[in-house]
Write a protein that binds this ligand. Structure first.
Ligand code: HEC
Ligand code: HEC
Ligand code: HEC
Ligand code: HEC
Length: 428
């Protein structure tokens, strides 16, 4: 070997060693995938069976059983009544079961238990309520189509009882591919011109969550679940949609005192995120709520779907280099600002209900002005509740959130003025 050959040989050895190291690292850290110990058939809803094939994923999913407050103090996976911090809920939901029982959301495994225990559910409750609580939805829909939605809830709960939300809600058991099983989401997307069955994996990383973490209403008579997205996903667009009395749906309940026909908002997390900076820039729910983790040399995506602030490093640092403390403080600042306005907006809604009630008791009240006041308050309450019912305390979309609450406060003031005008007590 001459000198050049020696250098070349040494170089070759180095390249081989380097490639070997890279390959073994990729091999070692590749996602724990189809180590098929048991064949999972279509319709496999038992989490234990899935767990045998994917122990790391199962283990991290079981962390959803932990109950702990959010590190910022807003929400978190704990079972507390929202009215403890927002007594205005008693007024704003008077005439609706939400005034009796309205708890913070917690981990997915509690979904069936919390549904059964909810004081909002009576013997007349309908099957539609299991839609976002169990993978059995797939079977119910296969058997009955939308007919499941008007079956008695107790009957469906008895069949699905030991199987709250799990792997089969988001994964096809035969291929492990991501999937969406809620027909309400699929239909709403279809009406917006989007075919969910053709979605990319990246899109599915948000769709799987959006199938449940979204606003909906029940079609009168059939209890079919419908997402109000035909005109768009902002609070304004959804309000316009509801104003058209879609499918004969007019309101969720009449507030007892003011007789305002109220729309009750339900966790519009997907909607809020979609219009926010992360949604617009293509950052998916899974990017933050299911970050990549490593254990025993294996890489896997966390299935502990909770506050990303508990895993700030894994959740945010792949994209943000600002440092944990700065990021945490920024989230907290958004939330503090949102909370302050949300609480204020809720109290203003409550005051407007009282003003309208008072006005309506006056003989010869101006009925046109009174109707005007009720419409203004209906909109004010929707804007407030869009924020109060969504779960991130403003983080998913701080700009839209503060705008929405500002509008709510103004509309409540306008409603009080209109009520006073109707009563002849004063105008402006
Ligand atoms: C950029 C990161 C990010 C993205 C993307 C994101 N979230 Fe969040 N999410 C957060 C943060 C931060 C919070 C606030 C956590 C806290 O208060 O501790 C949060 C809160 C939540 C909560 C409330 C948790 C609780 O404490 O009760 C839910 C539910 C939620 N997100 C669902 C979603 C869904 C569904 C999507 C996609 C449609 C999504 N998130 C997209 C970061 C994100
Ligand atoms: C709420 C939806 C949801 C639930 C419930 C869920 N997963 Fe996942 N899972 C996902 C998403 C989203 C990904 C993709 C993460 C990524 O792209 O890195 C994923 C990825 C995986 C992967 C990696 C292979 C792949 O296709 O990327 C495995 C294995 C897996 N999940 C197993 C499970 C098991 C086992 C359960 C039940 C214990 C479960 N999952 C429950 C949403 C879910
Ligand atoms: C099948 C419906 C369904 C799907 C799919 C779903 N969720 Fe949930 N999620 C719920 C329900 C219902 C609750 C509240 C359960 C309770 O409080 O009993 C919840 C609670 C949560 C919480 C609160 C837990 C905590 O610790 O604060 C977070 C965060 C969350 N979901 C995020 C997600 C993310 C992210 C995805 C997608 C990867 C997702 N969810 C998919 C229905 C769903
Ligand atoms: C996949 C990449 C990605 C991840 C993960 C991610 N972000 Fe972002 N984030 C962005 C992008 C892109 C922007 C838009 C502006 C920019 O380029 O900084 C942004 C903007 C922000 C902003 C400022 C803008 C605003 O109005 O919200 C904050 C605060 C923020 N992110 C916090 C977080 C936190 C907290 C997490 C983890 C829970 C997180 N991000 C996770 C990509 C990401």
């Amino acid at each position: 070997m001459n000198k050049t050959q020696k250098v070349l040989a040494a170089f070759l050895v180095l390249i081989i060693l380097f490639t070997g190291a890279v390959l073994s690292r990729i091999w070692l850290f590749k996602p724990q995938s189809a180590v098929q110990l048991v064949k999972l058939p279509a319709g496999e809803y038992n989490i234990e069976t899935w767990g045998k094939n994917y122990p790391l994923y199962y283990e991290s999913y079981q962390k959803n059983l932990e109950t702990a407050p959010s590190p910022t103090g807003y929400g978190g996976g704990i079972n507390i009544q929202k009215s403890e911090r927002q007594p205005e809920l008693f007024v704003n939901f008077k005439g609706n079961p939400f005034s009796k029982d309205y708890t913070e959301d917690r981990g997915h495994q509690y979904a069936m238990h919390d549904l059964r225990e909810s004081k909002r559910i009576g013997p007349a409750a309908k099957g539609a309520c299991v839609t976002c609580k169990t993978p059995y939805l797939e079977q119910f829909y296969q058997e009955m189509g939308w007919g499941y939605a008007s079956r008695p809830l107790n009957e469906l709960m008895d069949r699905a009882k030991d199987h709250p939300i799990n792997c089969a809600n988001c994964h096809d058991p035969e291929t492990m591919g991501l999937r969406v099983i809620n027909p309400a989401f699929i239909e709403a997307m279809q009406r917006r011109g989007i075919d969910v069955s053709k979605a990319s994996r990246e899109e599915m990383r948000s769709y799987v969550c959006g199938q449940c973490h979204s606003e909906y209403y029940f079609e009168p008579g059939t209890f079919k679940v419908i997402f109000p997205w035909d005109k768009g996903l902002t609070p304004q667009e959804m309000y316009e949609y509801y104003s058209g009395k879609p499918n004969g749906f007019e309101y969720d309940f009449l507030q007892t005192d003011s007789k305002v026909p109220v729309l009750k908002a339900q966790h519009p997390d997907y909607e809020e995120w979609q219009n926010g900076v992360h949604g617009k820039f293509g950052v998916s729910c899974a990017d933050c709520h299911m970050p990549y983790m490593r254990k025993n040399g294996q890489k896997y995506s966390s299935h502990w779907m909770t506050s990303p602030l508990k895993t700030l490093n894994e959740s945010c640092s792949p994209c943000h280099t600002q440092g944990q403390e700065l990021l945490f403080n920024q989230v907290k600042a958004y939330q503090d600002n949102t909370w302050q306005l949300q609480h204020m907006a809720g109290e203003n809604v409550a005051r407007a209900h009282e003003a309208i009630q008072k006005a309506s008791q006056i003989p010869n009240v101006n009925q046109t002005e009174l109707a005007n006041a009720r419409e203004l308050l209906r909109r004010a309450q929707w804007y407030w509740d869009y924020m109060a019912a969504s779960n991130s305390m403003g983080f998913h979309n701080p700009v839209q959130g503060l705008n929405t609450l500002g509008q709510s406060i103004d509309l409540s003031h306008q409603a009080v003025n209109a009520a006073n005008k109707a009563a002849g007590t004063n105008s402006l």
